[in-house]
Ligand binder design. Structure first.
Ligand code: NDP
Length: 261
């Protein structure tokens, strides 16, 4: 895949005649961190961006900040672990825009630092899977009918290289990729596998779905220990959200290129 961002023009809905040609995107967990910068980056392309966030105050603050920066942002109440919330979010976008062009499944949690497999707290494992994996399936399936109305739908799943089994189990330094974590790392491995299954089922559609790794980014997620800025972390998602029609699907990418499974 080329490493340069490919900017596609706003999408024309082919099935519903009078809909706006402005590209419509939804970013989950967009109130802060990488998600916020993905929303800002997509907004800078002139897109209309739904700021998916579960907390009203944080959501509205992010929407206001994005609007002040010139982004056509709108708030979407969204808890990815909650069926009713996700159904309502899809309903809001359907009513407001009639379709969705780009979905970025960015919301995620780590489940905290103590994740040695031998002493695992099973509730933590379940909670992380519910957010990072089931949540993505829940949101994707709720939005799919709206994505199918787009001429060039894109789905981006924010994964992590700590979900790469190759990097986790490889020789030498590769073994040090991220801490031992029985919930977070496997949740991203699972998410990568889920991404491939969607790509297989949707192979004969215009939908491209890929997983992206933002690198080690300074956010709340890691107590701001990351070495990259959220803006740098957002770049891979923006690239995968703006893939041309002949772009890849079912892949796993970081800025430098393909991440091994
Ligand atoms: P942050 O903790 O800064 O942001 C996470 C976002 O997800 C917040 O907006 C949070 O909302 C939201 N979120 C969490 N749970 C839910 C939920 N149930 N419903 C809706 N929103 C939810 O993390 P990052 O920006 O660092 O991470 C973004 C993504 O990038 C994650 O998927 C993460 O796994 C991935 N990633 C991050 C890396 C890093 O180094 N930072 C490295 C590799 C991958 P709230 O404010 O309400 O908690």
């Amino acid at each position: 895949m080329p490493t340069q961002t490919v900017l596609v023009p706003p999408r024309r809905a082919d099935s519903i005649g009078d809909m706006s040609e402005q590209t419509i995107a939804l970013v989950t967990g967009a109130n802060k961190g990488i998600g916020y910068e993905i929303a800002a980056g997509l907004g800078a392309l002139g897109w209309s961006v739904g700021v998916g966030a579960r907390d009203e105050e944080r959501r509205e603050a992010a929407v206001a900040k994005l609007r002040a920066a010139g982004v056509d942002a709108f708030g979407v109440p969204l808890d990815v672990t909650d069926d009713a919330s996700v159904t309502a979010a899809a309903g809001l976008i359907e009513q407001r825009n009639g379709r969705l062009d780009v979905l970025v499944n960015n919301a995620g949690i780590t489940g905290g630092p103590a994740q040695q497999p031998t002493t695992a707290d099973l509730a933590t494992v379940r909670t992380v899977m519910e957010t990072n994996v089931i949540g993505v399936i829940r949101v994707t399936n709720a939005l799919l009918p709206l994505l199918r109305r787009s001429a060039a739908p894109r789905i981006v799943n924010m994964s992590s290289s700590v979900g790469s089994l190759t990097r986790q189990s490889g020789p030498g330094g590769e073994l040090t990729t991220g801490p031992v974590a029985v919930a977070y790392s496997p949740s991203k491995t699972f998410l990568n596998a889920v991404t491939v299954q969607y790509a297989r089922e949707l192979r004969d559609t215009a939908i491209l779905i890929n997983a992206g790794c933002p690198g080690f980014v300074a956010t709340d997620l890691n107590g701001f220990r990351g070495v990259r800025t959220p803006e740098q972390g957002a770049a891979i998602a923006i690239k995968l959200a703006t893939l041309p029609d002949d772009g890849p699907s079912g892949g796993f990418f970081e800025d430098a290129g393909v991440v091994p499974w």
